[in-house]
Design a protein. Structure first.
Ligand code: TEU
Length: 567
């Protein structure tokens, strides 16, 4: 049998650079800051650093709108510092994943500027330009070539007066979609990726990579989607999620960029809406597309009609979902595991309980649950400290383009501002983007200037310095979980079996590798349960790792998590 790839026992850590550590006092985190904080990552024991975008960008979407793929924005530092980071990580035995954002560029990228310049530009076809809908004049309501709703509110089409055509943007109007049907676009992206690998980076996290193939008719026509109730727009996702050529494009990318190259690389495709069946195809090793995908099912379970329409999470739904993904990628492919990232509110506030009584225990319980699944866990900066949502009070507190646009659209639609604000307080991406809490000082050790987004006032109690030497801290628990994956092949590779699928409070499963069996039990509630009534096999278990001090082995306390070795 082939040995398991290195990333099956690895843990990744995501840095969102603008909020990690500022080194020059401008209130925005930078590469210099990351270089200062590498000991934090070594100490945690992570293997991979995924760096959110640091490329030149007008920052309309905090760097997910790139105007030059082969440089560093002066806001974040220099290319020399990036080289230094690669070197410093490698010396510490860590790898660097760059963020690859190639579904779209910035509208200020020279490619788009050239494309926009005229209808006959050599790069016109690098983007999706279309005339107004038949019978409509350009710019009129309803004249958009399709009815698709953008991820960031409003239509996905922006009218360009000068050339009398629309361009497509699935995200903000400052993020025009690249046309992957055009082979020159693909070649340019492959060349850019090779350039980064030549510099020493170890792979890519690929932003919305399952959106690069659009379902386009032979005559260039794009199809309307089903209407979205309460709006004049439609859901275009059938035309751009895992489109007809997606597997071809990713296989080609692998061939052109990675095939024959020496080294230990990692590719992870971010794929909203991906199904288990599709993920099997994307991650089957013999198909050589990507190593793993970020799927979105579990972070959609508390959504109603949209992410702003929040529903309570039902534990049996979470179990059914995770259970299906574990089973679906058991014989081929691989899972990535996450609760938090820069697009999600903080998990301890969303799925745990961030009240003073339960915050530490629920943060460590959720961590245990996730890290004991089969797959590669991703820790998002601050998650290892139990960082929580921010107490936003007014609409002026938000910076994220998604939140700001949503508020504007909701006001035009006549929604109640207080309700809209309440939903944003819980779901806005800015919750994840407040500065990392390093210490108890006024700006939490993040900056000597004014932070671009305020530091959470709870940093006085919740910070890295306070936790570093405390064996009972969230940080110490993460350290233990990461070490456990490194030490125990059963954690990395064992088969997964869900237990108690209907139980509302207790999430339990086994992991089995040959004669090794682990029983993982997590009480995801503030109620106490009798463990041996629920799982008599726990009687034979020896505690390998837990998040609460040893007490009555039969009592599963609020938010208690245990990993037991069954002999
Ligand atoms: O996000 C993709 C995505 O579809 C969602 O996560 C979306 O951004 C939003 O959270 C839905 O509510 C990726 C990046 O991670 C995100 O930061 C970018 O804004 C987006 O792509 C566009 O590049």
């Amino acid at each position: 049998m082939e040995p398991a790839p290195w990333w099956t026992s690895a843990v990744a850590y995501q840095v969102y650079p603008r909020s990690f550590q500022d080194s020059d006092g401008d209130g925005i985190g930078d590469l210099g800051g990351i270089l200062q904080r590498l000991d934090h990552l070594s100490d945690l024991g992570v293997d991979v650093l995924w760096l959110s975008p640091v490329y030149p960008s007008p920052q309309a979407d905090n760097g997910y709108d790139i105007s030059d793929y082969q440089g560093i924005d002066p806001l974040f530092g220099t290319l020399e510092q990036l080289d230094e980071l690669i070197e410093a990580l490698h010396v510490r035995g860590m790898k660097l994943l760059m963020d690859l954002v190639v579904n779209h560029t910035s509208d200020e990228h020279p490619w788009f500027e050239e494309s926009r310049a005229s209808r006959t530009s050599a790069k016109r076809d690098w983007y999706w330009w279309r005339p107004p809908r038949g019978g409509f004049a350009g710019g009129d309501p309803g004249a958009e070539p399709t009815n698709w709703q953008s991820f960031f509110s409003g239509p996905t089409w922006e009218y360009d007066e000068a050339s009398g055509e629309y361009y497509l943007h699935l995200f903000d109007r400052k993020q025009p979609d690249l046309n992957w049907e055009n082979p020159e676009v693909r070649q340019a992206v492959h060349a850019m990726m090779r350039w980064w690998l030549d510099r020493g980076v170890d792979g890519f996290r690929m932003d919305v990579i399952n959106m690069i193939s659009k379902d386009v008719a032979d005559d260039g026509h794009l199809h309307d989607g089903p209407p979205i109730p309460g709006t004049s727009l439609g859901d275009g996702s059938a035309s751009y999620l895992c489109g007809p050529r997606i597997h071809e494009f990713l296989a080609e990318m692998h061939r052109e960029v990675f095939a024959g190259r020496d080294g230990a690389f990692l590719t992870v495709g971010e794929m909203p809406g991906v199904t288990v069946e599709e993920a099997r195809l994307f991650t089957a090793p013999d198909r050589a597309e990507v190593d793993m995908v970020f799927q979105f099912e579990h972070v959609g379970l508390d959504h109603g009609s949209s992410k702003w329409d929040l529903r309570p999470l039902r534990m049996r739904d979470l179990k059914a979902s995770f259970g299906r993904w574990q089973a679906g990628l058991a014989d081929v492919g691989w899972n990535s595991l996450y609760w938090d990232n820069h697009d999600q509110p903080r998990a301890v506030s969303r799925f745990g309980d961030d009240s003073p009584e339960h915050r530490r225990d629920s943060a460590t319980c959720l961590a245990t649950l996730l890290h004991l699944h089969r797959g590669t866990p991703y820790v998002y900066q601050g998650q290892e400290l139990g960082m929580a949502n921010f107490p936003f009070t007014s609409v002026d507190d938000f910076r994220d383009v998604e939140s700001v646009n949503h508020f504007g659209t909701a006001m035009v639609a006549g929604e109640d501002p207080a309700r809209v604000l309440a939903a944003m307080r819980r779901m806005s991406r800015d919750n994840a983007r407040t500065p990392v809490q390093w210490d108890a000082s006024p700006n939490a050790g993040f900056t000597t200037g004014t932070p671009w987004l305020p530091v959470n006032p709870d940093h006085v109690r919740w910070n890295a310095e306070a936790q570093r030497d405390d064996p009972g801290s969230v940080l110490a628990h993460y350290r233990r979980l990461i070490a456990l994956r490194h030490q125990e092949p059963v954690v990395a590779l064992g088969d997964f079996a869900m237990l108690l699928p209907e139980h509302d409070d207790v999430y339990a499963f086994t992991r089995t590798l040959e004669s090794e069996v682990l029983l993982v039990v997590c009480n995801v509630s503030a109620r106490t349960h009798r463990l041996l009534d629920l799982l008599p096999q726990a009687r034979a278990g020896r505690l390998l790792l837990g998040n609460l001090p040893d007490e009555d082995p039969d009592l599963l306390r609020p938010w208690e998590a245990r990993v037991l070795r069954i002999d």
